[in-house]
Design a protein around this ligand. Structure first.
Ligand SMILES: NC(=O)C1=CN([C@@H]2O[C@H](COP(=O)(O)OP(=O)(O)OC[C@H]3O[C@@H](n4cnc5c(N)ncnc54)[C@H](O)[C@@H]3O)[C@@H](O)[C@H]2O)C=CC1
Ligand SMILES: O=C(CO)COP(=O)(O)O
Length: 355
């Protein structure tokens, strides 16, 4: 039997931002409440920073709250914040990755010699990894190949602050190996966080990454002062581009994932309440660079959408397919300030789905 299924399972968290902290609350309580399945202590890797003169790790360990990324929400005391990613992952059987995707490769490289053989990875990261000369890759493949571990994913309509406030939602876990389905449900399910486990890892992950780009489009129509009908058009055309891209990129005809929480539900949630929607609105109302807007609006959290738009754009350009994805392309060019956001409606009006 492999490490992730043997004896008591030790769980660690790699990441502690807005979503990382919300998930720490769930995982911390679930491992405490199932002492026959999980080890009680959960180490959480925190990218160290100083807040009002104190280390964020010390604040979390004293106050059991991530005061910067998820204020006013208590995390159970068995979740221990550590600034060293190698310490966090050593001896862990289940490694939960929840970092902005631009940091995943370098973080995995630091962990590579310390990860237990046979451990299970689980990525909650919504994005792709773009490597010079290699194009885009799934984050789960980066984790799997760098650490030589099986890697599952968890994606869904899961705005972190709502989950942390225990408002009901659904989520989708995907794992190739059905032997792990039971333990992953035990680790994440709560009365307010309903888990469904399926097997299409790549499909679930693609949904999670792509919807962040469409979320920016929804924000642009809000910023332009258009209404719900226009936003619905962005959601529909965005979904069509997401499905088409997934089919080409993954060489898969399985569209069933789009009807799970990771698909249409996450798309709708992000287009109404996500940080990427906020960015879309801001790029219309201000001419500031998006990195400056990120600092001003999110104060340390990050917008993943602009990076993902660039990753997709690079893929489409390399494959000579830019003209087939006008929504993705326009959103990328609006984020880089090459295109005026006021031209966005034109791209909806002339979309190939209408021809
Ligand atoms: N916030 C949300 O509502 C949800 C987010 N997600 C996804 O979860 C992933 C993580 O996002 P959040 O937890 O929201 O993060 P966040 O955007 O709140 O915070 C950024 C995090 O990055 C860390 N960081 C900064 N520089 C770093 C470095 N060089 N190396 C490592 N870490 C560094 C910061 O310490 C902080 O923890 C993303 O892929 C996001 O799309 C998924 C579902 C919901
Ligand atoms: O992924 C999310 C909700 O499921 C969060 O989306 P944002 O990053 O746009 O806030």
């Amino acid at each position: 039997m492999n490490a992730a299924l043997a004896a008591l399972k030790r769980v660690c968290l790699i990441g502690s931002g807005n979503w990382g902290s919300a998930i720490a609350k769930i995982v911390g309580l679930n491992v405490m409440n199932q002492p026959d399945v999980f080890e009680k202590e959960v180490l959480m890797y925190v990218y160290e920073e100083i807040i009002d003169g104190a280390k964020l790790t010390d604040i979390i360990n004293l106050e059991h709250e991530n005061v910067k990324y998820l204020p006013d929400i208590k995390i159970s005391p068995n979740v221990i914040a550590v600034p060293d990613v190698v310490q966090a992952c050593t001896n862990a059987d289940i490694l939960i990755f929840v970092l902005p995707h631009q940091f995943v490769k370098e973080t995995c490289e630091k962990m590579a010699s310390a990860v237990k053989p046979g451990a299970l990875g689980l990525s909650l990261i919504k994005g792709f990894v773009l490597t010079e000369g290699e194009g885009i890759q799934l984050v789960s493949n980066i984790i799997k190949n760098t650490l030589d571990i099986e890697t599952a994913v968890l994606m869904g309509a899961n705005l972190a602050t709502e989950v942390a406030s225990e408002m009901f939602c659904e989520t989708t876990i995907a794992c190739h190996n059905p032997e792990y389905h039971g333990i992953l449900s035990k680790l994440f399910q709560t009365p307010y966080f309903r888990v469904k486990v399926i097997e299409n890892v790549a499909g679930v992950e693609a949904c999670g990454a792509l919807k962040n780009v469409v979320g920016i489009g929804a924000g642009i129509v809000d910023g332009l002062g258009f209404g719900d009908n226009t936003k619905a058009a962005v959601i529909r055309l965005g979904l069509m581009e997401m499905m088409k891209f997934t089919k080409v990129f993954l060489e898969s005809d399985d569209i069933s994932v789009f009807f799970e929480s990771c698909g249409i539900a996450d798309l709708v949630a992000t287009c109404h309440g996500g940080r990427n929607r906020l960015l879309g609105e801001a790029v219309v109302k201000s001419m500031k660079d998006i990195r400056l807007l990120e600092k001003e609006i999110l104060r340390g959290q990050s917008f993943q959408g602009p990076l993902i738009a660039k990753e997709i754009y690079t893929y489409l350009k390399d494959h000579d397919m830019l003209d087939q994805y006008p929504l993705f392309v326009a959103i990328h060019r609006i984020c880089t300030r090459e295109v005026d956001p006021r031209n966005f409606i034109e791209c909806l009006r002339e979309h190939p789905e209408h021809m």
